[in-house]
Design a protein around this ligand. Structure first.
Ligand SMILES: [Zn+2]
Length: 219
């Protein structure tokens, strides 16, 4: 059922569930909130894959204003590209350990239309949820937490394999710890080596969790 509201640019329609929504320039809006100044309607595609941010403001005097940019969900090609972009982000979430911002930056370059339809916040959440789903651990806050993750998380155990040998702490009251990594072949080499060299770097250490030094032992 459609009914033009006298004095308004909106057409009120009943959807199949008997709820009232509004049609404006062929886009459908649902009631969102109301204050003493205005009533706000959200695009019907807000809760869809597009998360359309377009809103209608209807002030007390009946004036209707469209805010929040443009609708980008009105053709099938867009829908296909949005779906493809989501798949690509999820794929990279599983196959890489990159930061979400890097994945989003990479994927957006291949999907110029879809990037306007998916917010950064939504993209971040797709990547995080996918990683949660496959059991990817959260970023550890401390080296102790990292050590625990390397020992208990199945995916991380697979990444470091038997190269991770455990965590060591200094004796006595001294703070700090070190995570030990070594390959079996290197242990063999150490056993027979005439000279063992030690090198250190303070540059290539993680900031989260905070590291101070990587100590490299080589033959
Ligand atoms: Zn919309």
């Amino acid at each position: 059922m459609m009914k033009k509201i006298p004095g308004y640019e909106l057409v009120v329609i009943d959807d199949k569930n008997g709820k009232v929504c509004y049609l404006h320039n062929n886009f459908r809006y649902h009631f969102a909130s109301s204050s003493s100044q205005k009533t706000i309607y959200r695009c019907a595609y807000y809760q869809s894959i597009y998360q359309c941010k377009v809103k209608l403001w209807k002030t007390r005097d009946g004036k209707v204003t469209v805010v929040g940019g443009e609708h980008h969900h009105d053709d099938a090609k867009n829908a296909r590209e949005v779906a493809a972009m989501k798949i690509e982000m999820k794929k990279q979430a599983c196959s890489t350990h990159d930061f979400p911002s890097r994945i989003i930056h990479e994927v957006e370059r291949n999907h110029p239309i879809a990037r306007r339809c998916i917010s950064i916040l939504a993209s971040n959440s797709y990547i995080r949820r996918k990683r949660d789903e496959i059991g990817r651990p959260k970023e550890p806050a401390t080296l102790e937490e990292l050590a625990n993750t390397l020992e208990t998380n199945e995916e991380m155990k697979d990444v470091v394999k038997s190269n991770y040998r455990g965590i060591v702490h200094p004796e006595g009251e001294n703070a700090g710890c070190a995570l030990l990594f070594v390959h079996d072949d290197m242990l063999e080499e150490f056993n027979t080596a005439k000279i063992i060299e030690i090198d250190e770097t303070m540059k290539a250490v993680p900031t989260t969790p905070e590291g101070t030094q990587i100590w490299i032992i080589s033959v």
